[in-house]
Design a protein around this ligand. Structure first.
Ligand code: T3D
Length: 262
């Protein structure tokens, strides 16, 4: 297939595969547009209850396609602020604001914006052979796609600075030990384990899961007092869902719940 992002909906999971394997799934404009369109679809389509993002071939994503930035082709220097505004930032925002889980299977090297898109997902599993590289400093750029934010926040300054300034590869197991990702698994277990998690989430109480994501993300940005009010509001919304009624009923009837996602 020629699509730069392969998409299929199965068991409530929207499987998205970055698909430019000969370029380690680096982003050209077409892939940017295709990924954004699919995440927009996830926002709008009730049949999508979880997103699973991975890459085709031996890599996850090598960030921006540098072939599209070749200075030897001449012309004016690019306005990369504009490309962030047009491509990366809208997709990052769509992933973070999607009130459904986004699960990521990092199947191989994740470099530059490719690494940081993975870190923006909600549950990230990586193959033990995968590595993360903040490649930006090698070409004179800054860590984008939310990387300077997520690395500083999750790792603290010393590790975030060393990773971004040195651009040294970080192995999947180290990334898991540092809390950057959920876990590193044997290569052959990556897809089965990620699909299992994604399908479990897709069969879950979608509204409650989405509200939980919203709360966890908001925690670092507001004081406890405001956060307690937010928890109250979110719990009020969760308590009004059919899935809450089903969850309690199933518990009392000693059977597994069947959630409808509403
Ligand atoms: O421009 C803007 O819009 C601003 C936003 C920027 C966001 C960014 O992501 S900037 C950072 C861009 N990415 C990089 O700098 C990473 C470049 N790639 C690498 O450093 C290495 O490829 C890897 C460490 C990721 C993997 O190394 P390795 O040895 O496993 O593979 P390789 O041989 O380098 O790559 C395999 C092929 O993929 C190769 O093509 P070829 O020679 O077989 O025809 C290579 O050129 C291609 N490839 C890998 N990364 C990119 C790429 N082609 C274009 N752009 C890439 N980013």
């Amino acid at each position: 297939q020629n699509e730069t992002v392969l998409a299929r909906l199965e068991a409530g999971v929207l499987h998205l595969t970055l698909n430019r394997p000969d370029k380690l799934n680096s982003f050209n404009e077409d892939m940017h547009r295709a990924l954004r369109k699919q995440v927009e679809r996830a926002h709008e389509d009730d049949a999508v209850r979880t997103v699973l993002l991975t890459g085709a071939g031996r890599g996850f994503c090598a960030g921006q396609d540098l072939g599209d930035r070749d200075p030897r082709k001449g012309g004016a220097k690019p306005d990369l602020g504009h490309t962030l505004d047009t491509f990366y930032n809208p997709t990052l925002r769509l992933i973070r604001t999607l009130e459904k889980p986004v699960v990521c299977a990092v199947n191989g090297v994740a470099a530059g914006a490719g690494a940081n898109i993975a870190f923006a997902c909600d549950i990230v599993l990586a193959a033990k052979s995968a590595k993360f590289i903040q490649a930006f400093s090698k070409i004179g750029l800054i860590p984008d796609a939310g990387g300077s934010w997520s690395l500083a926040r999750i790792l603290g300054e010393p590790r975030a600075k060393a990773l971004t300034l040195l651009a040294e590869p970080l192995k999947a197991e180290q990334a898991a030990d540092w809390g950057l990702i959920w876990k590193a698994v044997e290569d052959e277990a990556l897809m089965p384990e990620t699909i299992k998690i994604a399908e479990r989430l897709a069969a879950g109480p979608t509204v409650g899961l989405g509200l939980t994501k919203r709360l966890i993300q908001a925690a670092a940005e507001q004081p406890l007092d405001a956060h307690l009010d937010m928890e109250r509001d979110c719990q009020r919304s969760a308590g009004l869902t059919d899935d809450y009624a089903e969850g309690v009923t199933a518990f009392l009837e000693k059977r597994p719940p069947v959630f409808q996602g509403k």
